[in-house]
Design a protein around this ligand. Structure first.
Ligand code: SF4
Ligand code: SF4
Length: 406
């Protein structure tokens, strides 16, 4: 009873929230965004950051504090997966609820752009179906819980020898299917789809982390740092995590091939270290907890090994680019401001240069907020993708010179 009352209250609150958005003009209005207490790291932003971060800390390290809340979800948990609720069921539910509610908000906000509507429906669909309902159903059938939209290296232990042998031995043909599914998505679907569509097919259309960033994180996207220092740190960190996942996977396979002679008991601590440092602290506590302070894509920019691989493919082996019609740019800066990946889009637009950045997740919001229609997300032949003509280069503009004509 209490559970349904709470859900009803949440839905009622959401409806009031939607009605506000439906009455506003479509798009971003820039109304008070740099002064808002919530949207510009003001008091409310800090409070929300502490609440989000605190929730993750409790979830990971003090789950007993959530006991009463968890028990409220028992009936739903029984209906979906045939067992009582635990903190992870609660988390999945809240996560999916947030993606749906804030997804409706995103659709209302960007209702003038079809790309944004379809993309948002896609992330809601994948979160609800592939990351919430199907894994629960698998538990109901006493099968291992598998998130069909997460694969290596985001699901960092999917290709570890211990996981593969567990899946084969405990789940028979279904386990074999899961391993093959993960391998096909990792080694075939990822490069092929990224070649044709860039990393957006995953980061902005399928991934649950991206889905949360594009919905719950949307009010904070302008907080991503656009500084060169952030760009430098981002490249070191995200590729460092990728290197760690690749090396640890290779090491574990070598260790298995030599009958455990290389790592001994260390293989377990390798898994625990990654799970704690990257899986819990980085992707959860910092990745989501810092939305109101550092923008919506902290994890995707600085920590996600999947984003790192997709980014390398996008940069060197893809048809995707954002083209810029530089002659139309009025340098308003909307595009740079609302780029959640911290890309200074305006810099490219002013030069009329294609934007080919490993970090671009193809969310399309830079294009949606441009008042002049300068930016276009395109998949086109790779010829001329790089090194296209630059409209205005810094060497071509000289406002003050030492040799001012007399
Ligand atoms: S450059 Fe544009 S499409 Fe790419 S991440 Fe930034 S806002 Fe999204
Ligand atoms: S590309 Fe569009 S949004 Fe970006 S600075 Fe130019 S006019 Fe403004």
């Amino acid at each position: 009873m209490m559970f349904w009352f709470s859900i009803g209250t949440l839905l009622g609150g959401s409806l009031i929230f939607f009605s506000r958005y439906a009455r506003r003009p479509a798009g971003i209005q820039n109304d008070g965004i740099v002064f808002g207490q919530l949207t510009a790291r003001g008091v409310f932003g800090w409070i929300l950051g502490v609440v989000f971060t605190g929730f993750y800390v409790v979830l990971y390290w003090f789950p007993q504090a959530l006991e009463h809340l968890v028990r409220m979800f028992d009936s739903l948990s029984h209906a979906l997966r045939g067992r009582t609720a635990d903190q992870w069921f609660l988390y999945s539910f809240f996560y999916t609820f947030a993606v749906i509610v804030m997804g409706v908000r995103a659709i209302l906000r960007y209702r003038h752009v079809r790309y944004q509507i379809v993309r948002t429906i896609s992330v809601v669909f994948f979160q609800l179906g592939f990351a919430f309902l199907i894994p629960q159903l698998m538990q109901l059938l006493n099968e291992p819980e598998l998130y069909f939209s997460y694969f290596w290296p985001l699901d960092y232990d999917l290709l570890w020898p211990s996981t593969i042998s567990d899946l084969f031995s405990s789940s028979g043909r279904l386990g074999a299917f899961m391993v093959i599914w993960g391998a096909i998505l990792t080694f075939i679907a990822t490069p092929v789809l990224t070649y044709f569509f860039g990393k957006r097919w995953y980061c902005s259309w399928v991934c649950g982390c991206g889905g949360l960033a594009e919905t719950l994180g949307d009010p904070f996207r302008q907080l991503s740092s656009k500084s060169l220092t952030a760009w430098r740190v981002e490249r070191w960190m995200v590729h460092g995590v990728l290197a760690f996942v690749v090396l640890s996977t290779a090491l574990l396979w070598l260790n298995a091939a030599f009958g455990g002679a290389i790592l001994g008991g260390l293989s377990g601590s390798l898994s625990r270290t990654y799970g704690f440092a990257i899986g819990a602290v980085f992707s959860g506590v910092i990745g989501v907890g810092f939305y109101p302070l550092m923008g919506s894509r902290v994890w995707c920019r600085f920590g996600c090994p999947m984003a790192a691989i997709l980014g390398l493919l996008q940069k060197y082996f893809s048809r995707f680019r954002i083209t810029t019609n530089g002659g139309q740019c009025i340098s308003c800066g909307n595009c740079s401001k609302y780029c959640e990946m911290g890309i200074d889009v305006r810099w490219y637009a002013q030069r009329g240069q294609n934007i080919i950045r490993a970090s671009c997740v193809g969310c399309g919001v830079c294009s949606a907020v441009c008042p002049r229609g300068v930016l276009k997300l395109e998949n086109a032949p790779t010829t001329g993708r790089y090194n296209g003509p630059v409209l205005i280069d810094r060497d071509q503009v000289s406002v003050i010179t030492d040799e001012w004509p007399s």
